[in-house]
Design a protein around this ligand. Structure first.
Ligand SMILES: [Zn+2]
Ligand SMILES: [Zn+2]
Length: 168
């Protein structure tokens, strides 16, 4: 599929790359801030956290990226609507931007390293991710009829964080 997304953090052209290990495509801002965009179709593939993340980490390592203001509101590169900052990590306040319209997620380059640096092992990561889910979505999860779309959004975030934080 041909497309050209603009980075929601710095406005540069992003490059679509294939992560062979998972057979998914993600967009990376190689020429600017190093941010990573996962569109919803791709995120649906994040169901198997046993696969490792080495391929993605290798793509980004030893590169220099521009600094960006992480507190700024971003616009979804796919649908142009405002993204919502979500998901502060209890340890170092890592947040990700999520588009509630199309389900895409944008992650700052620094946030990937932070997520990866925060945990010594997968159990610790898993426990923390569950805590984040509880803190962020606890009220929603208590509702007896959680909308399918909402439930999916929460699952997506969980799977993505578990994948990103995984140790090789
Ligand atoms: Zn960028
Ligand atoms: Zn969107």
């Amino acid at each position: 599929m041909d497309r050209q997304l603009k980075c929601p953090a710095c406005g540069r052209d992003m490059k679509e790359v294939l992560i062979k290990d998972r057979n998914i495509k993600i967009d990376i801002c190689f020429d600017g801030c190093g941010g990573i965009f996962f569109d919803n179709r791709e995120l649906k593939q994040f169901t198997d956290t046993s696969k490792d993340i080495k391929e993605l980490v290798d793509l980004l390592k030893d590169r220099k990226f521009n600094e960006v203001d992480e507190s700024k509101t971003r616009q979804c590169p796919v649908c142009g609507l405002k993204m919502v900052k979500n998901f502060a990590s209890p340890k170092k306040a890592v947040s990700i931007d999520q588009c509630y319209t199309c389900g895409g997620v944008f992650l700052d380059n620094k946030e990937l390293s932070q997520i990866r640096g925060e945990y010594d092992n997968t159990d610790e990561l898993r426990a923390d991710v569950e805590k984040m889910i509880e803190d962020n979505f606890g009220e929603e999860l208590k509702k007896s009829e959680l909308e399918a779309k909402e439930a999916k959004k929460i699952d997506t975030v969980r799977e993505l964080l578990l994948y990103l934080g995984k140790k090789d």
